[in-house]
Design a protein around this ligand. Structure first.
Ligand code: PEP
Ligand code: MN
Length: 338
């Protein structure tokens, strides 16, 4: 249920509604809007009776939320959520680009990548330090050393750092060094990890699972919001289909569908989405054209030598060309690329 307060409702009236919700053993979630406050309720097993709230002072309406996901839904919050990543707004009027190598490999590699992607317009630096690889014999990341190198690259360039957190054990360490905690596709339904992220107050980039539906992605995000962390960005990174010519099938449909269902920012990862360097730019253009709030792109100073995902990583000149192209798309649809 969603309680919509009148625009002139006083803080005391809002608190009285919160208190009524708590007295029922449920959790209120205040959702401030431009015009008025709304209060989402979680914890109820069945439908709630609207009359209990409609009669209270300051309440405009009590609406049943028809979707199984609540706090992430546009029914509960109409306006777009803008996630503030250390002063960089994701989900606002501008399209934000995150770029960098799949894995952090060395000081020279991450610095060169960071300086290069910044020069072309990226505002955030991606790079994995804890890598969930399909084979246990593949490079697993530099771990804490990699996190330190990312922090060093942030200091050197001003780019904010996005890096994957693989499990609850390493979460405190990854949170200490990073600005955005990335949940990988393989972990989208790791509920202990989602709950732990919900207890933090730090931006999260939640990637869609390899075989997850749009609804399952939204429910996974709901786990994080329901614990009070509202700073969540969603990412379409391709799903598994019968197609074998490409690594995954980027579900472009997910972009407008998610944008209609949720107020959270929606990003597109064309690198994992198609998995082929020469086609990454085309899919990035499609993502922006479809309404994505941002892109996350794998870029390596020397893709042939990359320790992971080199086949889908762009060189710095290729990334620069991609940025030029997506700026053109952004201009055409009235959505500037930052
Ligand atoms: C990555 O971003 O390098 C990554 C492992 O992505 P995904 O979780 O989408 O496979
Ligand atoms: Mn990768």
């Amino acid at each position: 249920m969603l309680i919509v307060m009148k625009p002139q409702a006083t803080p005391d009236e809002v608190e009285a509604v919160n208190e009524r919700i708590r007295s029922m053993g449920l959790t209120p979630h205040s959702i401030p809007g431009a015009q008025r406050v709304a209060i989402g309720i979680t914890g109820n097993k069945g439908a709630l009776e609207p009359d209990v709230f409609v009669s209270m002072a300051g309440v405009a309406d009590a609406i049943r939320v028809s979707q199984p996901f609540k706090l992430v839904s546009r029914e509960v919050k109409e306006e777009d959520s803008i996630i503030d990543v250390g002063g960089i707004p994701v989900g606002g009027p501008e399209v934000m680009v995150m770029a960098g190598p799949c894995s952090v490999e060395s000081k020279e590699q991450i610095l060169e990548a960071a300086q290069g992607v910044r020069a072309s317009g990226a505002r955030l630096l991606r790079g994995g330090a804890f890598k969930p690889r399909t084979s246990p014999y593949e490079f697993q990341g530099l771990k804490e050393e990699g996190l330190k190198l990312l922090a060093m690259a942030r200091d050197a360039t001003g780019l904010k750092v996005v890096t994957e957190v693989k499990d609850t054990e390493t979460l405190p360490m990854v949170a200490e060094y990073s600005d955005v905690l990335q949940v990988g596709a393989r972990n989208m339904q790791n509920y202990s990890l989602l709950e732990a992220l919900g207890n933090l107050r730090k931006p999260v980039l939640l990637k869609r699972g390899l075989s997850a539906t749009i609804k399952e992605l939204l429910m996974a995000a709901e786990y994080i919001l329901s614990r009070g962390n509202y700073q969540v960005m969603l990412c379409e990174r391709g799903i598994r289909t019968y197609e074998t010519m490409t690594r995954n099938t980027l579900d472009i449909n997910a972009v407008p569908v998610l944008k209609a269902l949720t107020h959270l920012p929606v990003l597109v990862d064309p690198s994992h989405g198609i998995g082929l360097r020469k086609h990454v730019a085309a899919v990035a253009r499609a993502g922006v054209a479809a309404g994505a709030d941002g892109l996350i792109i794998e870029v390596h100073p020397c893709p042939e030598k990359a320790l992971s995902d080199g086949h889908q990583s762009l060189s710095l000149p290729e990334f620069e060309a991609l940025m030029r192209q997506v700026r053109g798309i952004g201009t055409a649809i009235g959505r500037p690329v930052a």
